[in-house]
Ligand binder design. Structure first.
Ligand code: NAI
Length: 506
């Protein structure tokens, strides 16, 4: 293959620069490595050679290919030696002053036609390029860590970037075997912006005492299919990394409530409980492996009460069928008998409000999350209200566990865990579409590849139903009176007319 760029300069040869260098070299481009710290680029080159040797051992690279890659990758001792490059990618420290200065110095070395790119993850591309004499050839090229495995690259034009450089960078990303997505120059671009819903809402649920973090992880893994629960993910990334990202995006969006970070996370960062690398985060780690506390088994209940289901329950027909399958004695009266366990299945509303509005006895009322299709979920989630009697909670738990499916019981909140987190993810994704940050297709691709979600956020909205997600948000806004749950107009329009979230506008 003829590489899009014959010679690529990489400035900053830490974790990211090294990965980008590997991918650039593998397209056939010659690569020059530069780092201001003495010895750093030599160390990076050594690591790259070791990586290529490993690929040869695994049979994924021919020995002669590895030899060519080593021959075409070299260290340079000064910026001046990058003069012959036709692309320079910067992956230095994440500081605006450092990056601005570097590009100004670089402009003195390379010709005006040379493409320049920054790998910034949180700074504005426009701001970094503001002082350039030829800003048309400058763009963001945002890779993810580890670069060889994370197959998505965000291509970000600044306000003065020309179209040609974006096209060339996209083509180069494709040659690397990556998928380029186009993002406008906005805080967090696509992936770091779209990722705000997951951890942030989960932290909020914990801080409200609705459920502990291990329960939330189990629910989101089993009900939605996330590979890692939000707390496992934060432990893996390190809260010292993810919390500042949350703070930065919140600040850059002028304190938009949807991105409000959690005080709980700030305290954990201050205390050094940042995750796996510290030996302790939300979980404790021994020999690098998380210590999971086993889940309590379902209670034994001697006499199962009859069950009455609210006429306003979500997926009521399915819930009744489920109860039948589980062998429950189902009441069919207009109101529950004095002995009945009373089941409600709200979307967004809390169990307490539902019991009061429907004039049910709160002591016998338990909620079940029916946003999720019972046939596709590995876990059922129940919620009590502050008045729920222990015998009623245990009866509901035992009944729902009769077929061996796992059951979690959480405290009352507006929306269950899955409802809250899914609604937050879909709402933020909808707002990304509303702002025109990227196309819906690029959003789906970027989230699946960059965040490893089981489906794109819009597909997730479709899966649970745009109308249902909208209902969860409207009702949560009522329960909490918090503007963070205000639905994006983009979602509101589609939800209101029952349109697929992946429907492309004319
Ligand atoms: P790192 O700390 O591993 O490496 C940075 C390297 O840049 C160091 O070797 C340092 O000596 C060198 N450096 C610093 N200032 C320099 C200068 N003025 N001139 C030349 N070299 C200089 O950092 P990492 O993680 O590789 O990140 C680099 C960039 O990539 C940052 O902008 C970061 O925000 C971005 N990024 C990082 C990701 C990550 O997960 N680590 C993901 C995506 C983007």
């Amino acid at each position: 293959m003829t590489p899009q760029f014959n010679t690529t300069g990489i400035i900053g040869t830490g974790a990211m620069g090294r990965g980008i260098a590997q991918m650039a070299a593998q397209t056939g481009s010659h690569v020059c490595l530069f780092d201001s710290q003495p010895g750093a680029s030599a160390k990076a080159l050594e690591a790259l050679c070791a990586q290529w040797d490993k690929l040869v051992e695994k049979g994924r690279l021919a020995p002669e290919q590895a030899a060519a890659l080593k021959l075409h990758t070299r260290c340079v001792g000064s910026l001046d030696e990058l003069a012959a490059c036709d692309l320079v990618i910067e992956a230095i420290v994440e500081r605006l002053d450092a990056k601005t200065e570097l590009f100004m110095a670089l402009e003195k070395v390379v010709g005006p036609e040379v493409a320049l790119a920054t790998n910034t993850s949180s700074l504005s591309v426009t701001a970094i390029g503001a002082l350039l004499q030829h800003p048309g050839r400058f763009a963001g090229m945002h890779f993810f860590n580890p670069v060889p495995l994370m197959k998505v690259v965000e291509i970000i034009p600044g306000l003065r970037t020309g179209a040609a450089v974006c096209g060339a960078l996209s083509a180069f990303a494709r040659q690397m075997g990556h998928t380029p997505v186009r993002a406008s120059d906005t805080p967090g671009f696509i992936v770091n912006h779209a990722g705000r819903g997951y951890g942030t809402e989960a932290l909020r649920i914990v801080s409200e005492g609705v459920a502990d973090f291990a329960t939330i992880d189990r629910i989101l893994r089993d009900q939605v299919g996330f590979k890692l629960g939000p707390f496992e993910l934060m432990d893996l990334t390190g809260l010292d990394v993810s919390h500042p990202v949350m703070e930065s995006i919140y600040r850059q969006y002028y304190e938009e409530p949807r991105y409000r970070p959690s005080a709980l996370a700030a305290q954990r960062v201050a205390g050094g409980l940042v995750g796996r690398k510290a030996g302790e985060g939300f979980y404790r780690y021994t020999d690098g492996a998380a210590v999971f506390v086993p889940e309590a088994s379902a209670p034994e209940v001697a006499a199962m009460p009859p069950v009455w289901v609210s006429p306003r329950a979500a997926r009521r027909a399915e819930l009744l069928q489920l109860l039948k399958t589980l062998g429950a004695s189902i009441e069919t009266g207009a109101s529950p008998s004095p002995l009945a366990l009373t089941l409600v299945a709200p979307l967004g509303f809390d169990i307490t409000t539902v019991a009061v509005v429907e004039r049910l006895d709160p002591a016998r009322t338990v909620g079940i999350d029916m946003l999720v299709d019972d046939a596709t979920t590995r876990r059922r989630v129940l919620a009590t209200n502050p008045a729920t009697r222990v015998d009623m909670r245990q009866a509901a738990h035992a009944l729902m566990a009769r077929d061996g499916k796992r059951v979690s019981v959480i405290r009352d909140s507006g929306g269950f865990v899955t409802q809250r987190v899914v609604a937050a993810i879909v709402n933020i994704a909808s707002d990304i579409c509303q702002q025109g940050i990227c196309s819906p297709t690029d959003l789906e691709t970027a989230v699946k590849l960059g965040l490893g979600y089981p489906m794109g956020p819009l597909e997730m909205g479709n899966c649970y139903g745009p109308t249902n997600v909208l209902e969860v948000l409207f009702n949560m806004q009522t329960v909490y009176g918090d503007p963070r749950y205000r639905p994006s107009p983009w979602l509101r329009r589609r939800g209101a007319i029952g349109l697929s979230l992946l429907h492309e506008e004319e």
